[in-house]
Write a protein that binds this ligand. Structure first.
Ligand code: PBG
Length: 292
């Protein structure tokens, strides 16, 4: 709802009228451990269906939740300015990755977060958790976990800035492809809506997300894979950091590279840098790690 209201506000600032269409997705209601369901698009399918059924004109997703497979009936018209990309450890004592007690119990359903935590701290006990933020925080307060992991962007969007937490540096915890970014989808044939929503696009945020998601797609990883990637603009270059891990964090393949922006069109550079990175990671055995 925060994300949809945020996009409505941006559109209203651009002189467009909007109406909110609240929806509930399976991702909101299904409390089974996310890894066990092996489903993709649990947060996004319901919203996409609203476009196909003409219940809504504009879909607002978390980019991180949007599967990389493209539905030809839909068009990703815009990626707005991206938020903070980091992950956080939430705990009353504000433990960091280094100060967490020995064998602390960490609540996360993310294999990417679990593997990176275990890579740095193999003693930690990673335990599954589901539910919305309020549910997760209640479980933390109840003592079910010593700490839980959350995206900083989600905490800020829920206006929970006072939550006791440590933001993890990218060197310890690289984000999921697309983390902290929004995705605006419309029907591919909706030319008028495309024209009205194009103004929401931030070309640099879009290029960064394209690089990260191309890497993910090239390695056949869904949103559940232990794959992390972060693209950023550094001077006159696009920079891409990517990491693929074994589930237990004992194996960690990493790649870092830059391409000058002068070498071509920005979206093409984003795809090229991802292709180079995924080729190197694949040659080091990334695909076997992901399947494990
Ligand atoms: N899978 C749930 C989800 N999808 C997007 C966010 C956070 C916001 C974002 O990363 O854009 C979250 C929660 C979390 O990872 O803590």
């Amino acid at each position: 709802m925060w994300q949809a209201k945020h996009v409505a506000m941006l559109l209203e600032q651009a002189g467009q009228q909007t109406e909110l269409v609240p929806l509930v997705s399976r991702g909101d209601t299904d409390m089974r451990p996310i890894d066990s369901t092996r489903q993709v698009g649990v947060f996004t399918k319901r919203i996409q269906q609203a476009l196909l059924d003409d219940e809504a004109d504009i879909a607002v997703h978390s980019m991180k939740d949007l599967p990389t497979e493209v539905d030809p009936r839909l068009h990703l018209v815009a990626v707005p300015q991206r938020e903070i990309v980091n992950d956080c450890i939430v705990s009353p004592a504000r433990w960091s990755l280094d100060t967490l007690p020995h064998k602390a119990r960490i609540g996360t359903g993310s294999r990417r977060r679990a593997a990176q935590m275990k890579h740095h701290r193999s003693d930690l006990s990673i335990e599954p958790i589901r539910g919305n933020l309020q549910t997760r925080l209640a479980k933390l307060e109840n003592g079910d976990y010593d700490a839980i992991m959350l995206a900083a962007a989600g905490i800020l969007r829920l206006e929970m800035e006072s939550l006791p937490r440590i933001e993890l540096p990218l060197s310890e915890m690289l984000p999921a492809p697309g983390q902290g970014a929004l995705a605006i989808e419309v029907l591919a044939e909706a030319e008028a809506t495309i024209a009205q929503t194009r103004c929401l696009n931030d070309p640099r945020s879009r290029a960064a997300v394209t690089a990260e998601r191309t890497l993910l797609a090239n390695l056949n990883g869904g949103c559940l894979a232990p794959i992390a990637a972060y693209a950023s603009f550094q001077g006159d270059s696009l920079h891409l950091e990517s990491v693929v891990l074994s589930a237990d964090g004992s194996v960690r393949l990493a790649d870092q590279r830059s391409l000058p922006l002068a070498s071509g069109e920005m979206q093409a550079i984003a795809i090229e840098i991802a292709n180079q990175a995924s080729e190197v990671l694949a040659s080091q055995g990334a695909k076997a790690l992901i399947g494990r």
